[in-house]
Design a protein around this ligand. Structure first.
Ligand SMILES: [Zn+2]
Length: 214
């Protein structure tokens, strides 16, 4: 059972719109249909989009895939889609086989022609004043700034020295922050964060409240 505060938004809330406007003032996020190309790989959106445009024409559009921690933050992940005949399509298979993604085109982003496989960054922006959310984002950004120095196959690489110590200490902060923030993403009668389909209050909420102060 995986507990996750992250959802793919099914509508564009005023909070999402505000956060997206901060980043890209002139173009709101839009829902883009997902039509994976044969052979397209998850997490290789730029390569997939390039391959599709080479074959069928159109152009690659860079931007952000919009995820939501309801009432807490918007999580934007760098993403590329294809623009053809005036319509955008996401040609990359999504993890949960969603039929559409919320996408924010961002003309300030570009990809490296020499390395279209390069990692795209992410961004988290809080939806309201929340010291825990601010701290969580700070910790996440520092972890990423350390990880970015490592080779791409970082799973295999030993982090040593001061980086390793710092990384361990930052990671220790995460579970408690995530617990508190996850509790904020759900009202008691909403569907549980574990996706059991049960109400939050009848499923994981009590256990999450018991492990510490909220
Ligand atoms: Zn649950």
């Amino acid at each position: 059972m995986k507990i996750s505060p992250t959802i793919e938004p099914d509508r564009i809330t005023s909070g999402i719109l505000r956060v997206c406007r901060e980043l890209v003032p002139n173009a709101p996020p839009v829902f883009v249909p997902v039509e994976p190309e044969p052979g397209a790989l998850p997490n290789k959106c730029i390569l997939n989009a390039l391959e599709t445009t080479r074959r069928d024409g159109g152009e690659v559009v860079m931007g952000w895939k919009v995820y939501l921690w309801p009432r807490v933050l918007v999580h934007l992940i760098g993403h590329a889609v294809v623009l053809r005949d005036g319509a955008m399509t996401c040609v990359t298979p999504s993890k949960n086989s969603e039929k559409r993604v919320l996408f924010l085109a961002d003309p300030s982003l570009s990809f490296d022609d020499d390395d279209p496989d390069a990692r795209l960054g992410g961004k988290m922006i809080p939806l309201r004043d929340d010291a825990d959310a601010d701290r969580f984002i700070e910790v996440d950004e520092e972890i990423n700034s350390i990880k970015v120095k490592l080779p791409r196959t970082s799973g295999q690489v030993m982090v040593t020295g001061p980086d390793a110590v710092r990384l361990a200490s930052l990671r220790k902060e995460l579970p408690e922050l995530i617990r508190r923030l996850t509790l904020r993403t759900k009202k008691p009668n909403e569907v549980c964060v574990c996706d059991s389909g049960r109400k939050f209050r009848k499923c994981c909420r009590d256990a999450m409240l018991r492990t510490g102060p909220y």
